[in-house]
Design a protein around this ligand. Sequence first.
Ligand SMILES: [Zn+2]
Ligand SMILES: [Zn+2]
Length: 254
Amino acid sequence: MQRLHQLQIPFADITGMFLTHHHSDHVVGFIDLWLTGWIGRPWGKRSIPLKVWGPEGTRQMAEHLPLAFATDIRVRSGNYPAQGVKLEATEISEGLVYDQGGVKVTVFEVDHGGEALMAFGYRIDYRGHSAVISGDTTFNENLIRHAQGTDVLIHEVTMAAGAAVENEEMIRRIGNNHTFPQQAGEVFARTKPRLAVYTHLLLFGSARAEDLIPATRTKYQGPLEVGEDLMQIDIGEDLHIKRFAPSEGGQPPD
Ligand SMILES: [Zn+2]
Ligand SMILES: [Zn+2]
């Protein structure tokens, strides 16, 4: 929500969200989008239901959140559109899940610690271009299949350095859930994106963000960036990467 605000994107303009998995750090912000988007300040209110697509557990979440926030919803209901606080949940499985206005969203299964937790990656296709988001996953062949020929592959990464490497039990646990740079390098080498971007940097011990690209180079020599908040990538005949400059943003309108 802070990032949307910095980019001056009205909260109510976000009318749907795709979830990758139900780890709390990936969904707690959803509540803010849902309720603050309804209230809408400093922009307009949302007057239509908020759609949410995700794996098993999404419907249960959408059913129970209104109970958790029943008091807030009751006291505000007189002043805000009744439809805007509703949630419309769809539990999805592998395949094409959204096809509107030329935008196609395809969901595919990844491996985030085994079958106990269903986790998804997403591929977005539009006008002959595409981006793939890995979600949280370890090295995964299904992702490599779905990411073939994509323009931009946004992939999670984890790295340990220093004393943290000696904790074998921890390294094994991390490795079951997340992707090391050498493994990501193999993913990039086999999918050949026009640009690979790291996101969700999970760094242990003395590992630093600037270590990620050198550690990937043993397997992949192509274009690679370490993602940062508010980075913007325009995908067309050319690829443009823009980092956010606060001075350009100015103040959001009242
Ligand atoms: Zn996770
Ligand atoms: Zn995560």
